[in-house]
Each structure stands twice: as structure tokens, then as C-alpha cells.
Design a protein around this ligand. Structure first.
Ligand code: F6R
Length: 257
């Protein structure tokens, strides 16, 4: 795992966007992205959009798979991840909407939808770069604490803490209870994983994820097994890392590629 500590949230966005843009160039535009919702990757998406607007990057041939979706929100609900992905990813990055997929949280058979989602990722050749945030309780995707480290896309029940964290987006008491989420095993199969986190409220989750024992108690720790995982954080989110000085030294003394 490579931990990159940046001075500010803007630097996190710029650094992470650089990583995605470089990978997209290597894959001549046909990249398969895994895309998170939430606040953490918004700056990264905005930086990618700026590169596209400037003609420096073209993602029109890219495909994208969202990490998760709430169950039971009416279609078109502004907080459904279908809508959030459309407004923060598909449109600003000028992706072809027919190449962007979000799990259907209103499917009549949610288990069948989860299985179909897994098949669609496989049929696309797998995810090249999975963009991730981390919940304050350590979840990635909506894999709440005690999720199986080998789990696949499935229905999960959100914890009270996640529902409180996300209550800011919903009318009082109307935060969904269930979701469909890629599993930890699904996420682990992406060729690259790129997690971004900002703010002091993420410091414990980031410290556990990078330095804690691998445990379903902190689901993001599964990334310690990932052969190509980058964690890009600001100073506040890095504030509880015991080995922060070492991560800084690694960035300063990077061997030439
Ligand atoms: C979003 C997702 C979640 C969020 C996490 C952090 O698709 O899967 O894991 O990344 O809840 O949310 P923010 O970024 O809003 O703090």
C-alpha cells in the first residue's frame, strides 16, 4: 500500500486525478473505472472534468461501475446514486451514459440484480481503477463492519453510524436502511485501488486501514492485501498514522521508475 499525504484537500484531488488520468492514457481511453459516490471523490471528479474540458483527457470510451446504491429510493430521487453518478461523474466526465452502470436498488429480485452486476463487471474485463472513499466506521463501498472480506455484490443493512453520517442528504428520518454494494472480494479484484480521504473525522478509519490488523471490524483493511493500492489523504485524515514520517520519506525518495 502506498500512502500519499498531501497538504490540503485540493492537493488530494489533484494527486488522485493525476493517477486516474495517467492510467486512462495508458489504456488509450478504454479504461474501466469503479466510481464511488459521497463527498470524498468530488474534488477528484472535478479535476478530471477540468482536464477533459481543457482537451487533455478523453474518457468518452471509458466504462464505469458504481460501488453501490440505496434500496427503495424512487427513480430520479436526487440522492439515489443513479442521480449522483449522473450529475457528478457521467455528465462532467462526458462518459457515454450507456457505458455507466449503477446497481438497481429497485430491482424486483435484488439477489439476481447483484449477480447480474458481478457478471457485468466480469464481462467488461474487470475494473482497472477502483476509486474509493472510506466511511468513518471503516466501510468501503457499503461493506459495513463485519462484512466478509471475501464478499461479493449483495444487499447490506446500513449501520446507524453510516445512516447518521449520510443524514445530511435526506429529510429527517428518511435515510434508507438497505443498499446493494459491491463486496470486498469484488473490490479486491480491481487492478488498481485508489482511496481518497480528507478531514479529521476520517483519521481513525485511515489509520486502521493502513496500519491496523486486517479485520472485518475495519473492512477497508482488506486493501492491505491489494497488490496496487494507493491511499491519498490530507494532513487531517493522516493525523493518526503512526508511520506518517515514513510515508513522507517514501514520497521524497521515490526511486526513478
Ligand atoms: C460511496 C461509498 C462509501 C463512501 C463513504 C465515505 O459510494 O461507497 O463507502 O465512500 O461512505 O463517504 P464520504 O465521501 O461522503 O465521506
Amino acid at each position: 500500500m502506498e500512502v500519499i499525504i498531501c497538504p490540503t484537500p485540493d492537493d488530494v484531488a489533484e494527486t488522485a486525478a493525476g493517477i486516474v488520468a495517467e492510467e486512462a492514457r495508458l489504456r488509450a481511453g478504454g479504461i474501466v473505472l469503479g466510481v464511488a459516490t459521497g463527498s470524498s471523490p468530488l474534488g477528484l471528479y472535478a479535476r478530471l472534468a477540468a482536464r477533459i474540458d481543457a482537451g487533455e483527457l478523453d474518457l468518452s470510451q471509458a466504462r464505469a461501475f458504481a460501488l453501490d446504491e440505496y434500496v427503495g429510493l424512487e427513480p430520479g430521487h436526487p440522492q439515489s446514486y443513479h442521480e449522483v453518478i449522473r450529475t457528478t461523474v457521467t455528465e462532467p466526465l462526458r462518459l457515454d451514459p450507456s457505458r455507466v452502470r449503477v446497481p438497481d436498488g429497485n430491482a424486483p429480485d435484488l439477489a439476481a440484480e447483484a449477480a447480474a452486476y458481478e457478471r457485468a463487471i466480469r464481462d467488461a474485463g474487470g475494473i482497472d481503477v477502483q476509486i474509493l472513499g472510506v466511511g468513518s466506521n471503516g466501510h468501503i463501498g457499503f461493506n459495513e463492519p463485519t462484512s466478509s472480506l471475501a464478499s461479493r455484490t449483495r444487499i447490506k443493512t446500513l449501520t446507524r453510524r453510516t445512516r447518521e453520517d449520510n443524514a445530511r442528504f435526506f429529510e429527517a428520518g428518511k435515510v434508507p436502511v438497505h443498499c446493494l454494494t459491491q463486496g470486498l472480494g469484488t473490490i479486491a479484484e480491481a487492478r488498481r485501488t485508489l482511496l481518497v480521504a480528507q478531514g479529521e473525522h476520517k483519521a481513525e478509519a485511515v489509520a486502521q486501514l493502513a496500519e491496523g490488523p486486517v479485520s472485518a471490524r475495519w473492512p477497508g483493511t482488506v486493501l492491505q492485501y491489494h497488490p496496487h493500492c494507493q491511499v491519498v489523504v490530507d494532513e487531517a485524515a493522516a493525523s493518526r498514522l503512526e508511520l506518517a514520517d515514513y510515508y513522507r520519506q517514501v514520497q521524497e525518495d521515490k526511486p526513478l521508475a
